[in-house]
Design a protein around this ligand. Sequence first.
Ligand SMILES: NC(=O)c1ccc[n+]([C@@H]2O[C@H](COP(=O)([O-])OP(=O)(O)OC[C@H]3O[C@@H](n4cnc5c(N)ncnc54)[C@H](OP(=O)(O)O)[C@@H]3O)[C@@H](O)[C@H]2O)c1
Length: 330
Amino acid sequence: MKIFEMKEAGGPEVLQFGDRDVPTPGPDQVVIEVIYAGLNFTDVLARRGIPGYSTGWPFVPGMEASGIVHAVGSSVQDLSVGDAVLAFTVDGGGFADYVVAEAQLTISIPAEIDFALAAAIPLSWAAAVGVIRAAHVTTGDSVVVTSAAGAVGYAIGALLATEDVGTVIGAVGSAAKSGALHSRYVPVVRGESYADAAKAAAGVETFDVILDSIGGAVLADSVAMIAPGGRLVNYGAAAVESEPPVPAFRELRTRNLDVAGFSIINMARRRPAIVHGLLRDVADRVRAGLVIPRPDIISWHELESAHLEQSNGSAVGKTVVAVNPTNGTA
Ligand SMILES: NC(=O)c1ccc[n+]([C@@H]2O[C@H](COP(=O)([O-])OP(=O)(O)OC[C@H]3O[C@@H](n4cnc5c(N)ncnc54)[C@H](OP(=O)(O)O)[C@@H]3O)[C@@H](O)[C@H]2O)c1
C-alpha cells in the first residue's frame, strides 16, 4: 500500500512517499481502508521530534481518517467490515491506503456528512469540544482564543457560537488571517502588545476564559489577564518557546484561578473512553445541525507541500487529503 512518511525527525528532507504492507488489526483494533485523511499541526510536531507525537521512525503521520472498515480485531463488537467510519488514529498512520485504529477511537460517520467532512472531525473538532469542556465555559463568559484561525481555532469559534457567552476574541498571527475566522470571533492581530490589543477590542481588563495553543510569551501574557474566578486552558505550544511558570498555589487561591491543560492525544492513550465520548459528542452535534465547513481537499501528491505550509504557520482552516476518493460513494 502507498504511504507518506517521515524517515526520522528533521526538516522537509525527511518527508517521502513509499510503500508498506497492509497492516492487520490487534484484538481491540480495526483496519480502515482510507478514503480521506486530515492534516494536523500535530504532524508537524511529530516531524520536529517533539516527544509524544511520533511512535518511532520511520513514522507515517495522519491522525484523522475516514473510510471503510477493512478488518476487525477478535474483541471488537460494535464495528463490522464494510462500515463507513471516522477514526482518531492517535498513533498516526492515516496518510496511507490502510490504517490501524483503536476500535474505541472509531465511530460510524453520521448520515448528514460525507467522507471528506468526516476526516476533518476526529482530532480538530473533538479537541475543540474537549478544550471548551475543560474550561467550564458558562453563560456570559468573555473568552480569548489565542490562535483562532487554524482548524481547532475555527472549531472552537463555531462551538462557542452555540453557547450563550459574551465577547469572544479571536487572536491571529497576521491581519491576512482575520478573514478566515469564524464569524463569532472579534478579530485581534497578535503583536508585541497582544494582551493590550485583546483588552482594547473587548473593552475589559481581564477575561473569564482564555484558550491558548501557542505557549511561551503569549501564554505568560494570558495568565496575567485571567479574571478573578476565571479559567485558562493551555492546549498547545506552537511557538516552541520556554514555558512560563504555573502560578503558585497562593496566587491560584487568592485570584481564584483555574489553570488547566488539555491534550486529546494523551487522553486518547490513557482514557480512550473519554475521547470516544468527545467523538460521539461531535457526531451528535452534527446530527443536531452543527455546520462543519467543507475542508480544503488536496490530492495525494500535494500532501508534502500542504504539510510544509502548515509547518510555517501560513495555513488557515482545515485541509484533508484525498487518499482514495473514488472508494467512497458518500
Ligand atoms: N491539546 C490538544 O488536544 C490539541 C489538539 C489539536 C491541536 N492542538 C494544538 O492546537 C494548535 C492548532 O492546531 P491545528 O491543527 O488547528 O493547527 P493549524 O490549523 O495549523 O494552526 C496552527 C497555528 O498555530 C499558530 N502558530 C503560532 N506560532 C506558531 C509557530 N511558531 N509556527 C507555526 N504556527 C504557529 C499559527 O496561527 P497564528 O499565527 O494565526 O496564531 C498556525 O496557523 C496547535 O498548536 C496544535 O498543536 C492541540
